[in-house]
Design a protein around this ligand. Structure first.
Ligand code: PTJ
Length: 258
């Protein structure tokens, strides 16, 4: 399953890449993978991406480095997948799970059995051998959350020590942290509750952050646990978020320097 862009966009168009991503999201929505609100969330992401120059900043690179260290050190890493992630980076997310020996778990804000099944299919098509969080499982529940948002896989997030949650909602990120888990998130909005709550926040677009995380994890394989732990100790998420906000503010005043 891949999302072919049915709209013709000239590669000469100055907004070509951004328009192609939009078209891919529309196709994923039509295929039933993406929630309708996922399109709106993507638009919010686009606005922040515009403000950071649509490229990976040095600040995002530092967070990616720390995120890769946390995931490499994990005893039981789990990657949470929602509609936007399945639409934009299915192959990269499966490759990252393989590299880290991590579990893949579907977690949806707007959960329906149909979307869960379609996302599972998309992940399997991208090469996933195991997908958690499906309708076939008897779920466990995370303390501090109500309704479907409290759902977690017994073999997945419920047991995880480190969770990668691209575009998680704030309540869930808070509940995971309160449950003693380390949360690595990717979110273009440095003001979001998830961004402020997580242990490590990568302010970057999923389409750039995932390939970067993959190559960082590969590089870190040469390092021992002590070096990785030092990298984590040296990383300050609050300071990193502050830097991201400054980058956005400089874009606003026209003095952007990334
Ligand atoms: O697939 P579901 O049912 O789990 O629903 C997923 C969405 C994203 C619709 C749901 O979790 C939601 O409503 O999220 P929010 O609260 O709108 O938050 C989405 C966040 O993702 C915003 O802070 C956006 O800036 C950010 N964002 C959007 N697209 C990207 C992004 N961050 C990184 N890369 C992107 N491509």
């Amino acid at each position: 399953m891949s999302f072919k862009n049915s709209i013709m966009i000239s590669p000469d168009h100055p907004r070509y890449e951004s328009l192609m991503l939009r078209a891919r999201m529309v196709e994923a929505y039509k295929a039933g993978i993406l929630a309708d609100s996922g399109l709106i969330a993507h638009g919010r992401g686009e606005a922040f991406d515009y403000l950071i120059g649509e490229k990976t900043t040095e600040t995002a690179r530092k967070a990616t480095h720390a995120g890769a260290a946390a995931l490499s050190l994990a005893e039981y890493p789990v990657i949470s997948v929602n509609g936007n992630t399945a639409a934009l980076v299915p192959h990269e997310i499966v490759a990252l799970a393989d590299k880290l020996n991590a579990k893949l778990e579907i977690n949806l804000f707007y959960r329906t059995p149909t979307r869960v099944n379609l996302i599972e299919k998309a992940l399997r098509y991208a090469g996933a051998k195991e997908v958690l969080g499906t309708e076939r499982e008897e779920p466990a529940y995370i303390n501090g959350l109500k309704g479907p948002r409290s759902r977690a896989s017994k073999e997945g997030i419920y047991q995880a020590d480190v969770v990668l949650v691209p575009l998680e909602d704030g309540d869930r990120a808070e509940a995971l942290m309160a449950g003693g888990k380390k949360v690595v998130t990717i979110d273009l909005n440095p003001l979001s509750r998830t961004a402020k709550t997580a242990s490590i926040t990568i302010i970057d677009n999923l389409v750039r952050a995932l390939p970067n995380l993959l190559s960082e994890v590969e590089k870190l394989k040469k390092m021992d646990r002590n070096q990785l732990q030092k990298m984590l100790k040296d990383f300050d998420n609050e300071k990193n978020l502050q830097n991201s906000l400054e980058i956005v503010a400089r874009a606003y005043t026209g003095e952007m320097e990334l």
